[in-house]
Ligand binder design. Structure first.
Ligand code: FAD
Length: 473
């Protein structure tokens, strides 16, 4: 390849979307990746038994399906197929009960009994705005929203704390627990501002696009992006960890799919001191403790509806979920953590040989924690699925340090590329209308440490690529 137009460091979904966007615009692109396979947080690996495919990091993709960037790319032609479970999400409760988030808003509201009309009032206007609203939420501040009224309505509610909103609106464990579980994806205390926004966005997407898994594993998302990149002349070099920008081949633009701490390590003195200090102040959030299981049957949920969902939130009532997340923010390890469970093989038989099922679960822990919460995670699942432990054939455990070894971007086990609180929602990683640019000419950031933040949607990479294209007509 002659002189390059762009080099991307890191083949996570954001790095790959940035590379694809540039390659499709006719630029010569190289992606360099430390791991031996592209994908970052979408890699799938046989962690337990031969032939059993586990998603090491991301497993469920409402943001992937809703993402304007991924929607615009012909990924189906490169092997990506989304599998929709019958029910997007179940939130299990004691006594064999569960709140189910169906694709249909009406069906969901009916199932929520006394909280049905409150749920409908909260979600119906957002669902009615359709993907224009979520597109607006994932867009840069410089783009005028297509539906300013819907966005303002979302902002008015979303900026609040999830716990306050849920306590005011919901009376039952079903309504309160369901909303708390959605909001807990923020990995913040549910008493913090903007946590309601996470709950509203993820609930709304459940109705609009579902909570699908990728057929064959999340790796297929990365594989499709790599295939598309190659079709447009781009290249990916794996097994090439970059320690300094000096190691990179000459290119007009360098895009870093890395978090601020790594950017400082790679770019060093090339960054002006003031910018470097700002990056150094960027805060990382709690980490995760993850367990993957090969099981000899499906998880035996006491609530019958839970088997119909690929994603099951395990943590009980609003008060319980809120207390668990609050404990983590205060540096503690809850006895009864809020556990996110995914059971993909129930809907995607290609994940495991006949008779074997795949279980994926994690809970939040303080950043860098070394406490092993495997027993507490399994006790929580057993509480709502008696007999679960007897189904475990093999387990694979990853605490924060193992997660960071798997992907250096998960600093201390933080899977969001930095705390996603109100301050770092606005200043991600620094305040400004063009956070994907750095003060160094030709150097850009494209990871989830830039807007719109964590999740497999590729929008950070897409925005960064637009900045490159704007500067290089
Ligand atoms: C346990 C877990 C569960 C998750 N669940 C979900 C989910 O269900 N749905 C969802 O949407 N999101 C989920 N996420 C979050 C999602 O995976 C991330 O937000 C997303 O992958 C971020 O993409 P990225 O491209 O910014 O970074 P990453 O995907 O982290 O990619 C960064 C890449 O850079 C590479 N790299 C790092 N340093 C160097 C270096 N020095 N030289 C070369 N390469 C380097 C890394 O190896 C990696 O491949 C989860 C994450 C984890 C860990």
């Amino acid at each position: 390849m002659a002189e390059l137009d762009a080099v991307v460091v890191g083949a996570g979904p954001n790095g790959l979307v940035a590379a694809v966007t540039l390659a499709m615009a006719g630029r010569r692109v190289l992606v360099v990746e430390a791991a031996d396979r592209a994908g970052g947080g979408t890699r799938s690996v046989e962690l337990t038994l031969p032939g059993v495919v586990h998603d090491v990091c991301s497993a469920v993709h409402p943001l992937g399906l809703a993402s304007p960037a991924l929607r615009s790319l012909p990924l189906a032609g490169h092997g990506l197929r989304w599998v929709q479970p019958e029910v997007p999400l179940a939130h299990v409760l004691d006594g064999g009960r569960a709140a189910l988030l169906h694709r249909s808003l009406d069906e969901t509201a009916e199932g929520l009994g006394a909280d049905g009309s409150a749920y409908r009032r909260l979600l119906a206007p957002l669902v009615a705005s359709g993907l224009d609203l979520s597109d607006g939420l994932l867009a840069p501040l410089t783009v005028p929203p297509r539906h300013p009224v819907a966005l303002a309505r979302f902002g008015h509610r979303g900026v609040r704390s999830a716990a306050a909103l849920a306590r005011r609106r919901f009376r039952t464990d079903e309504g309160g627990g369901l909303f708390a579980g959605l909001a807990a994806h923020s990995i913040l205390s549910l008493e913090e501002p903007v946590t309601a926004g996470y709950g509203l966005l993820l609930g709304m997407l459940g109705h609009l696009v579902g909570w699908p898994v990728a057929e064959g594993g999340s790796q297929r998302i990365a594989d499709a992006l790599v295939s598309l990149l190659r079709a447009h002349g781009g290249r990916v070099e794996c097994g090439r960890r970059i320690a300094s920008l000096d190691e990179l081949p000459r290119a007009r633009a360098v895009l870093l799919d890395l978090t601020p701490r790594q950017v400082v390590a790679l770019a060093g003195d090339r960054l002006p001191a003031r910018y470097r200090r700002r990056l150094a102040r960027f805060g990382y959030g709690p980490g995760v403790h993850k367990v993957d299981w090969a099981l000899d049957g499906p998880i035996p949920w006491a609530a019958p509806g839970a088997a119909r969902a690929a994603t099951v939130h395990v943590g009980g009532s609003l008060a319980e979920v809120a207390a668990a997340e609050e404990a983590v923010q205060r540096g503690g390890h809850p006895q009864r953590p809020f556990v996110l469970v995914v059971q993909p093989s129930a809907f995607d038989p290609s994940r495991a040989p006949a008779g074997v099922h795949v279980g994926w679960a994690y809970c939040h822990v303080p950043n860098g924690s070394t406490v092993d919460l495997t027993e507490r995670i399994e006790a929580q699942v057993e509480r709502f699925a008696p007999g679960f432990r007897d189904r475990i054939l093999v387990r694979h455990v990853m605490g924060p340090a193992a997660m960071q070894r798997h992907d250096e971007n998960y600093v201390g086990g933080d899977i969001n590329g930095g705390r996603a609180d109100l301050r770092q929602f606005v200043a991600r990683p620094v305040p400004g209308l063009h956070p994907w640019r750095t003060p160094v000419e030709g150097l850009y950031l494209c990871s989830s440490s830039t807007p719109p933040g964590g999740g497999v949607h590729g929008m950070c990479g897409w925005h960064a690529a637009q900045e490159v294209l704007r500067g290089d007509p």
